[in-house]
Design a protein around this ligand. Structure first.
Ligand SMILES: N[C@@H](CCC(=O)N[C@@H](CS)C(=O)NCC(=O)O)C(=O)O
Length: 222
């Protein structure tokens, strides 16, 4: 089965990172097509593959699957042995809940702290009280998953799963915008940041020539 993942800039495209990281960490064999965002031909190039005009989009032979959670669910169905979701049914239900919560939420954090893998910023009041509430909720989610389901490894459900891939860009944001977090949160973040595929993605993003002005916050980088 040929798999091609269509993605945006590695330095900035947080949605693209999620399925790329999942597929890489699970050892699925895939090719990628990288389409730089915010250029004159971006929309035309993306819509050749993705009817929504957004990335990521997964091409399975001639079939196009778009939107991050749909891609992950399709991978779970097509590769049932790969471990996209936790094996235990209760853990799997919670993994889907926290992934859906990520997919639809945390807009204050996401807009105040766009993913930017080239920069690091001293903490400031990113996103005001809404940003702080997002980060508190995220830390509560991670603590709950780790304490109830995380005994088998350093990730939310022990071994790496789609839930960790969904939160990987949040890990990058908390790290690079220097949010103060609990030691438990930091330990989880370190496990994600140390993933070989996360490091590979970051190194490739740093080398990209493109700057996306709307993802560059107005603050001096450290
Ligand atoms: N709900 C979508 C969101 C995808 C999305 O917003 N992708 C951005 C890049 S991170 C995009 O394709 N933007 C198109 C553009 O800027 O032209 C998903 O989960 O995949």
């Amino acid at each position: 089965m040929s798999l091609v993942l269509v993605i945006g800039n590695k330095a900035y495209s947080s949605w693209s990172l999620r399925p790329w990281l999942l597929m890489s960490e699970l050892g699925l064999d895939f090719d990628e097509i990288l389409i730089p965002l915010d250029r004159a031909d971006t929309r035309e190039r993306i819509t050749r593959h993705s009817p929504s005009g957004k990335v990521p989009c997964l091409l399975i032979e001639d079939l196009s699957v778009w939107d991050t959670l749909a891609i992950m669910e399709t991978l779970a169905e097509r590769f049932p042995e790969a471990g996209v979701w936790p094996a235990d049914a209760d853990a799997r239900a919670v993994a889907r809940s926290v992934s859906a919560e990520m997919h639809s939420g945390f807009t204050a954090l996401r807009s105040a702290c766009p993913m930017n893998l080239r920069k690091r910023f001293a903490f400031r009041d990113w996103g005001g009280s809404d940003g702080a509430a997002d980060v508190a909720r995220i830390q509560a989610i991670w603590a709950d998953c780790r304490s109830r389901f995380g005994a088998g490894g350093p990730f939310l459900f022990g071994t790496f799963s789609a839930a960790d891939a969904m939160y990987a860009p949040v890990v990058a944001r908390l790290d690079r915008y220097c949010w103060e977090v609990t030691p438990e949160t930091r330990a989880y973040m370190n496990a994600v940041l140390a993933l070989p595929s996360f490091q590979r993605w970051t190194a490739q993003g740093v080398e990209e020539p493109w700057i996306l002005a709307h993802d560059e916050v107005d603050a001096p980088a450290l």
